[in-house]
Design a protein. Structure first.
Length: 245
């Protein structure tokens, strides 16, 4: 089986490491990719083709893992090469998911819940062809939500609505605590109710949010676009804050 990656950031890199089988071959291309991406590909066990046409044309499964803003453009550009399953793992709105579904045959809507490099990442899937990806359950937790395209994206959006806003609030509170020289005590007092590993998880979340603020802002924009009739004051505020980082 050939699995091809469009986009090769952390998600693709980690998947290529944890999905280990002599029956699975990974492919991608460095075509129009940055030096940083090319360097990451060189550290993996992925076969590199001169063009995405060559890399995708022989694939049984294509995995799109790019930024939310690029997901539709990527599907539009490369759907013509898709002969197998097209799995989208991007944090996009169900509206975008439906547009991609209209472009791509054998489309599966996917969402990775939790850190991809954690000990037990979970892959949620929806779509009529989702069952064809159950072989991935050998390498990570796979849950099929329904045969309805968009359900995985909706679940992902609901989770992001909560987590992205919470991350921004955490950053603001932490900054206040540092100004008062009470940052250690801040984590200590919250650990009483939030658990002993609260400080470690919080600092990891803060660092992750700061390092990927642009991508997370794009995800919040997708949320606001989808829930445009709802009064999402917290999301709008979180988005404004993320754009300042």
């Amino acid at each position: 089986m050939n699995i091809a990656f469009i986009g090769f950031g952390k998600v693709s890199y980690v998947l290529s490491k944890i999905i280990q089988s002599p029956d699975i071959n990974f492919t991608t291309s460095c075509e129009n990719r940055s030096k940083e991406t090319a360097d990451l590909i060189s550290k993996s066990n992925v076969q590199v083709h001169d063009s995405f046409g060559d890399a995708l044309g022989c694939a049984d499964v294509i995995i799109s893992a790019v930024t939310p803003a690029k997901a539709l453009e990527v599907a539009n550009n490369y759907s013509k090469y898709c002969n197998g399953i097209y799995l989208d793992l991007n944090n996009i709105s169900p509206y975008t998911t439906e547009k991609i579904n209209n472009l791509v045959d054998n489309f599966v809507d996917g969402a990775i819940i939790g850190k991809i490099d954690s000990s037990s990442p979970t892959l949620y899937l929806s779509g009529k062809d989702a069952e064809k990806l159950l072989f991935l359950d050998e390498f990570l937790n796979v849950e099929i939500i329904s045969d309805k395209i968009g359900d995985a994206s909706r679940l992902k959006l609901l989770r992001s609505t909560y987590t992205k806003s919470l991350s921004v609030l955490l950053i603001e509170t932490y900054e206040l605590a540092k100004k008062l020289d009470l940052d250690d005590e801040f984590f200590e007092v919250l650990s009483l109710t939030e658990g002993d590993d609260f400080k470690e998880k919080s600092l990891s979340r803060i660092n992750n949010t700061m390092m990927s603020s642009k991508r997370k802002a794009e995800e919040l924009e997708e949320i606001l676009d989808y829930f445009n009739d709802d009064d999402l004051k917290m999301i709008k505020t979180a988005l404004d804050k993320l754009k300042q980082f």
